[in-house]
Write a protein that binds this ligand. Structure first.
Ligand SMILES: [Zn+2]
Length: 374
């Protein structure tokens, strides 16, 4: 292991938070506000910005110290530096998760879900985020409702224990009718994203869309679905378009996080202006740690980066709020003044940088396995 790599893993390195990344300091500092609610939001954002900056500085210092200690950084270091540079202040939590503390996984787990955690650890109010996109997720996981004149497309559910309250309850609070849910697109078959699929399939006859290998994961599972499994429905193809009421979600198969992971491209409207979203369907390296698996993951990051660029995506969304900072961005939206950019719109360059972070961290993890002779 190189100097630099020891550096990035040094004790004391902050590992990031769900809310630290992707705050635009200029935008935030300019948001001087009068009323108490906005001051409260500003305090919340300042606190989380501070955590984000600490994370970035900690990672930066670790890398710099290592880089100074040697004149020719080895190949692992080069990937870590490329990832850090790409992350900037936008993706510190993604960098921390993938480059600072990647796991070492020996096999696929089929664990039974544990007891539901306390409600205050996950509950958050739903929110309208774009003209036709509503957040119905939790503090930790994203679930989205893309609304059309012919019904709703849900993008990812959350756990079985909180999909009823956050998704169905959230839609009702927002004045939307869950009975009009027509499609539910599941990025991958882990319990934190597929947990509400059976509920929406059973109650509203919604069509469930998932990648073939992830349908198979569900069907093979013995322990993970004690309350029942969603029945196999639409099997996603690469490039397939799910179209409803004039809106289209284009599916991009991005195996890696799971064999059937789906990423997506779709368009939302910001006060009538169309803006394009790249939705990353799987991020963490919690697949068996092998070189071939990392090769698959890396190819998918390159593929999705190209697809996002071709679609002119200026928004990056993920299924974990940790990776796209959905929670602080939604809070910041309340402070937006006329003419200011939408808090989710980070630009084409930043979207590209996200996939550089995931790809470069994967390259570093892959090379570590190669060097260890695995
Ligand atoms: Zn997952």
């Amino acid at each position: 292991m190189s100097q630099l790599h020891r550096g990035i893993l040094a004790p004391g390195t902050t590992t990031g938070t769900a809310t630290g990344a992707a705050i635009n300091p200029a935008r935030m500092i300019s948001s001087r506000t009068e009323n108490g609610e906005n001051q409260r939001i500003e305090k919340y954002v300042m606190k989380n910005l501070a955590v984000g900056i600490r994370t970035t500085i900690a990672i930066f210092c670790s890398l710099s110290a290592g880089a100074l200690a040697q004149t020719a950084p080895d190949a692992i270091d080069a990937h870590l530096i490329a990832a850090r540079n790409a992350a900037g202040s936008d993706f510190t939590a993604t960098l921390a998760r993938l480059c600072v503390a990647p796991p070492n996984i020996t096999g696929i787990r089929d664990a039974a879900p544990g007891p539901a955690p306390a409600r205050d650890t996950w509950f958050i109010e739903p929110a309208k985020v774009f003209d036709n996109l509503y957040f119905v997720g939790s503090k930790i996981h994203n679930a989205w409702a893309l609304t059309t004149p012919e019904g709703i497309i849900i993008i990812d559910t959350i756990f079985t224990y909180n999909s009823e309250e956050e998704i169905i309850g959230g839609l009702k609070k927002l004045g939307l009718d869950p009975g009009t849910i027509k499609y539910v697109i599941i990025s991958h078959a882990h319990g934190d994203h597929v947990g509400g699929a059976k509920l929406l399939q059973d109650r509203y006859k919604a069509r469930i869309v998932m990648g073939a290998p992830d349908w198979e994961l569900i069907e093979r599972s013995v322990n993970a679905f004690p309350e029942g499994k969603p029945k196999r429905d639409i099997v996603a193809d690469d490039g397939q378009k799910i179209t409803l009421g004039g809106s289209t979600v284009t599916l991009v198969t991005t195996p890696g996080h799971t064999p059937g992971t789906l990423s997506m491209l779709f368009t939302v409207k910001d006060n009538g202006k169309p803006v394009n979203v790249a939705y990353s369907g799987g991020t963490a390296f919690n697949f068996p740690s092998t070189v071939p698996n990392f090769d698959i993951y890396i190819r998918s990051q390159e593929k999705m980066a190209a697809a996002a660029a071709a679609a002119n995506a200026t928004i990056l969304m993920s299924n974990h709020t940790e990776f796209d900072s959905a929670v602080p961005k939604i809070k910041m939206l309340a402070l937006r003044k006329p003419g200011e950019p939408h808090t989710f719109e980070i630009g084409k360059d930043a979207v590209a940088r996200y996939f550089t972070v995931t790809g470069e961290c994967a390259q570093a993890a892959r090379l570590k396995l190669v060097q260890a002779g695995k």
